[in-house]
Design a binder for this molecule. Structure first.
Ligand code: ADP
Length: 328
């Protein structure tokens, strides 16, 4: 039988996402609830290597549930990708008598956690925090809902100016490999077209569709483009192509960029992060390791980290159909 866990380390790693603080708070307070010690590790794996740590108590996480970003800071750490780096990190784990690690991050962070667990035997649990929602084993990642609301807000504002000037706007949103943000905000904001990495619409079909919309009486349009769409052109090149072919339109591009990662987390993300933090600590106490906490049909579930990393978080095909019907 494994020795009972007395001290948990928690860190945030990789791309930051709104709601990570709510997850940190939940991990710290659940640890205290079960009379376990909790140590915060700053700047992800870099802080683990550099011994940038702090003992937490329930009061250390006061007033952070509503804050965007991560108070523990995040980092991309090249050294942790080497065995030497991970040996140093394990030295810090031993120095502080840390028995288990909760890693809040995306698939890169989980890959690091899995390797670390295999090499040194320390139990690890992942909590999915990324705005892209591109992780298998959960219908929602922490930060995704907030990002959707931020993007919708921005597109609504862009629409106001588009309508006033008969403009055609191309709005680029985040999502290199996954079109969840583009597809959902496109439907939610009533976009005319949505370009996502999972589906190659092709520029000719885009033109056809915009022409059809114009003929039906639309004088302004919004096209939502995911960063990683498959047309083979970036958003500026797409806009240029369309402007050449539809010269009567004033075409504009808006790249929303990093503002999509910021802001106070939505209620959904705060609740999700709180549930996931509790589940993570309770799972560690129950002897679980090498798994990620996820949400499915409103229940907390566990998925092996290997599956969470490799599996694909599928796009909702029905939503593509809904968008096609409603953009008439
Ligand atoms: P995310 O977790 O958001 O996907 P990254 O892909 O940048 O972000 O991963 C975060 C960190 O996880 C990296 O900076 C690195 O320290 C660690 N990591 C990622 N992949 C590996 C790997 N193959 N081996 C060891 N550590 C890794």
């Amino acid at each position: 039988m494994s020795t009972p866990i007395k001290r948990i380390g928690v860190l945030t790693s990789g791309g930051d996402a709104p709601g990570m603080n709510a997850a940190v708070r939940a991990v710290v307070r659940t640890a205290a609830f079960y009379e376990l010690d909790c140590i915060a590790i700053y700047r992800g794996y870099q802080g683990l290597i550099d011994d940038h740590t702090k003992i937490m108590n329930p009061r250390s996480v006061n007033n952070i549930i509503n804050k965007g970003g991560t108070v523990l800071k995040s980092a991309r750490c090249l050294e942790f990708r080497t065995l030497e780096g991970r040996k140093k990190a394990f030295g810090v784990i031993q120095k502080h008598n840390i028995d288990a690690l909760v890693v809040i991050g995306g698939d890169g962070s989980f890959t690091g956690a899995m390797i670390f667990q295999k090499e040194f035997g320390i139990p690890v649990i992942g909590i999915p925090g990324t705005i892209d929602n591109d992780i298998f084993g959960t219908t929602h990642t922490i930060g995704y809902d907030t990002a959707l609301n931020t993007v919708i807000d921005a597109i609504d504002k862009i629409r106001d100016t588009a309508i006033s000037h008969n403009r055609l706007f191309f709005v680029e949103v985040m999502g290199r490999d996954a079109g969840h943000i583009a597809l959902n905000t496109g439907v939610g904001a009533g976009a005319e077209e949505i370009l996502i990495p999972e589906e190659n619409m092709g520029l000719d079909r885009l033109l056809e569709s915009l022409n059809r919309s114009e003929k039906s009486g639309k004088s302004s349009s919004i096209v939502v483009v995911a960063e990683g769409d498959k047309t083979g052109k970036n958003v500026f090149e797409i806009a240029e192509y369309v402007e050449k072919n539809m010269p009567h339109y004033e075409v504009r591009v808006s790249v929303l960029g990093h503002m999509q990662r910021g802001g106070s987390p939505s209620c959904f993300d705060r609740v999700l992060a709180s549930r996931m933090g509790v589940e993570a600590v309770e799972s560690l106490r129950a002897g679980k390791s090498n798994v990620m906490v996820g949400l499915k049909e409103d229940q907390m579930i566990l998925t092996p980290l290997s599956k969470a990393i490799k599996g694909k978080s599928e796009i909702n095909e029905n939503l593509i159909r809904v968008s096609d019907i409603l953009s008439l």
